[in-house]
Design a binder for this molecule. Structure first.
Ligand code: FAD
Length: 523
């Protein structure tokens, strides 16, 4: 299994990052910090070209023809939910997966007012959440899709729960996210949307895929979908897949093809074409999968689908990149952050996506996060890491400044001012809640260099509430659906990290709707 989640079970907060931490260390590339040089080398060949075309294969090149009701292309969490829903709707379903196994990522599955919420006595305000998501995206998303997720994610989670709980997986609400109505991640409310399953999404996916198999799903690994079949401007009637041996198979889909091939975060060309330049200032990817090259996007574009306008949304985080163990510390501790010149530049109490945005526009695209030794556990972690030469350590602020190669006078003035604000518990400079500020007074002092990294791209083909892919006139393309990170209209400028697990949550909900709707189509 391609799995970005398995090992990291010990961190009890920021579940999204659980998956991230576990997946680190794979796609890093040496050399310059700039995307084009670093990341390109970490990417694999693309199946579809970046221009939205796909190899032109005539159906007659197919060695074999397979008949189905529904063909799901891509087996991550979205494709798996789509397939299971289609099978339950009575559809003969084929699943095509490019890799040698399904993909499982993450831990947090965002949903609204599920049975898990009810059992925990948590009620989320749907109107407030909807407007928050709209406002965060500056209305550059489709409110109908936001509402679809808000209104149907609880039901989708309950459906999933009903499948996997009999197999021993327990669903629980992540109560570390948000404690009360006024709990904030920086300026944003921390929403208690994340439901987790025993063993994280790695276990969840293994159970779901077992069920898919038991119920008769025809799963074809190492068989990427490469081209949709759409005679003229009519219905999409199937998809051509390619076997590991290089042979083409024509999969006819009487009811529909569902594109759930994930994002395009392993296609350097698409990244450069569709993302904002500051999002490309990343040091590495955290995903272990290298095969999400936007194939579904390109297959859709090639037959007339419309796509979100650039700049697209990429989930960008920030942290100390050479060492996994420091991640939770950097994310969970509100510490002084300074730019490469030793000056404070941001309210440090924001979620990691927003902090990454602020990081990306600093000179050198990094910050120094500063700690002292007043908290034992923190100091111990820092000390351990410092030995690996990732974190700088010094007995005085001046000495630390020298190691950071910043002007000691400027940095000392920054720390003095920060301490003054921390002592008064009022941050009149950048607005951090004064109770969260930590006076820096106990040597040794530490400076961690924090840079950005990326998870997955989350923009894609335009869809409607039934997950039907739309053409440039906004009309559904008959027989074609998209879900998860292949679909668009849902995320704006920046991933709304404070709505925990919304990425997997969208993938589950929209996969479920796509599968149900396709199965219900008249063949
Ligand atoms: C390390 C990490 C941790 C994360 N943690 C969380 C979390 O806790 N909560 C959260 O909400 N989000 C999290 N995310 C993001 C989230 O996991 C993804 O957004 C979500 O899994 C997307 O699901 P998907 O099914 O759309 O795509 P994917 O999971 O990417 O699956 C797409 C599948 O399609 C396959 N594929 C690609 N091209 C083709 C083709 N041509 N033919 C056939 N198959 C193809 C791929 O191999 C893959 O198996 C995390 C991401 C990472 C990288």
């Amino acid at each position: 299994m391609k799995e970005d989640t398995k090992k990291n079970k010990n961190i009890n907060r920021r579940d999204f990052m659980k998956g991230t931490v576990a997946g680190m260390g794979v796609a890093a590339a040496p050399g310059s910090a700039l995307f084009s040089e670093r990341i390109a080398r970490a990417c694999m060949e693309t199946v579809g070209s970046p221009q939205g075309t796909v190899p032109q294969i005539s159906p007659s090149q197919g060695k074999e023809t397979v008949g189905a009701d529904v063909v799901v292309v891509g087996v991550g969490i979205s494709g798996a939910c789509a397939a299971l829903s289609a099978i339950e709707g009575g559809a003969k379903t084929v699943l095509l997966e490019k890799g040698g196994n399904y993909t499982a990522r993450g831990n947090d599955n965002g949903c609204v007012n599920s049975s898990v919420h009810r059992e925990a006595g948590v009620v989320l305000n749907r109107g407030e959440l909807t407007s928050e998501l709209m406002i965060q995206a500056n209305y550059r998303v489709d409110q109908r899709l936001i509402t679809t997720w808000v209104d149907h994610s609880g039901e989708a989670l309950d459906w999933l729960r009903s499948k996997v709980e009999p197999e021993g997986l327990r669903a629980s609400l992540d109560l570390t996210e948000g404690t009360a109505d006024d709990d904030k991640e920086g300026p944003y409310k921390a929403w208690r949307t994340a439901v987790t399953f025993t063993g994280s999404n790695a276990k969840l996916m293994s159970v779901v895929m077992q069920i898919v198999k038991q119920k008769g799903g025809d799963i074809r690994y190492n068989t990427p979908g490469v081209q949709l079949i759409r005679p003229g401007n009519g219905r999409v009637t199937g998809v051509i897949g390619r076997t590991a041996a290089g042979d083409y198979i024509q999969f006819n889909a009487r009811k529909g093809v569902i594109l759930s091939t994930g994002g395009y975060d392993n296609s350097p060309e698409m990244m450069e074409k569709y993302l904002r330049p500051s999002d490309l200032r990343i040091e590495r990817f955290s995903s272990t999968s290298k095969i999400c090259t936007g194939d579904g996007h390109n297959m859709g574009l090639a037959i007339g689908a419309d796509m979100d306008e650039p700049p697209h949304c990429l989930i960008v985080c920030n942290g100390v990149l050479k060492n996994r163990s420091v991640f939770p510390l950097i994310f969970e501790t509100v510490s002084l952050r300074v730019d490469k010149n030793g000056r404070r530049y941001v309210n440090e109490d924001g979620d990691y996506c927003r902090q990454a945005n602020a990081n990306a526009i600093q000179p050198g695209h990094f910050n120094w996060s500063i700690f002292d030794s007043s908290v034992d556990s923190v100091a111990k972690q820092l000390e351990r890491t410092a030995k690996e030469e990732i974190i700088l350590v010094a007995n005085s602020i001046e000495e630390l400044a020298k190691k950071m190669e910043v002007d000691p006078e400027v940095f000392t003035a920054t720390v003095t001012r920060y301490n003054e604000l921390a002592k008064n518990k009022k941050d009149v400079d950048f607005g951090v809640d004064g109770r969260k500020m930590k006076f820096l007074g106990k040597p040794p002092y530490y400076a961690a260099q924090v840079r950005n990294f990326a998870l997955v791209s989350v923009s894609g083909l335009k869809i409607n509430e039934k997950m039907q892919v739309l053409d440039k006139e906004g009309r559904p393309i008959p027989g074609l659906y998209a879900s998860g990170n292949t679909s668009g209209g849902f995320f704006g400028d920046t991933y709304p990290r404070n709505v925990a697990g919304i990425s997997c949550g969208r993938a589950i909900t929209f996969g479920r709707i796509a599968g149900k709707t396709a199965a219900a189509e008249r063949a």
